[in-house]
Write a protein that binds this ligand. Sequence first.
Ligand code: SAH
Length: 243
Amino acid sequence: MTINNTLFFKPATSIMHLVLILIFFTLSVKSTLMAQNFERLRNDMVEKQLKNRGIQSKVVLDAMRAVPRHLFVPHNIQNYAYHDSPLPIGLEQTISQPYIVAFMTEQLHPVPGMKILEIGTGSGYQAAILAQLGCEVYTIELLEELAVGAEKVLTELNFNNVSVKCGNGYAGWPDEAPFDAIIVTAAPEKIPEALIEQLKEGGKMIIPVGPVHAVQSLKLITKKGRRITEEELLLVRFVPMVE
Ligand code: SAH
């Protein structure tokens, strides 16, 4: 009886093992090829969209090369993740164009350990770029579904230096203030007072300011004593910062 069982089951078991090994092998080859393809697209993005347009910071370029942007966009549009454009991330919100992410990041001169507040977590991609640069990132998102999604992908990618909070960015994050820098990725009509208060002396804030669904001015604010200085950098189009 024992012998019969052995004779009967062994070939079937080995065929099943073989099929499983083949499936596993095919899937892992497929995912390696896809990862290599995305890596190539990322390198092209850095060369053509960022370096060619004047992004110079080596650390920022390295971070843009390292963070897998395709994991921050919906699955069905992953192939467009490295295009030179913003993309929809659901709930009428967008992930910014790679150039804008790199440009805004470079303006803050991020260094490891810098404490940065982001308003408008969205997909979590901008937060991931800052975290990749070694900053301590605090990010606020109004829409719970996006906050939860961003936190999930950031955790899966082991970014332990990002804290995500669902809330209204107009109030900032008083418990964690002051911040070395603030980055706002939705556009208010005027600069929120609480954010200026929560900026460290000498700290910088980059923020698009202007009317809803129109062209806005991307401003670099520097806090000096009780005064602020404003520099206009670019004309941009961000989703509105909702009151
Ligand atoms: N930085 C994001 C893109 C931001 S899109 C990324 O890398 O993907 C702008 C985001 O700001 C949207 O997700 C929107 O829901 C959010 N937002 C709008 N008004 C807000 C507010 N008052 N407080 C916090 N987040 C806000």
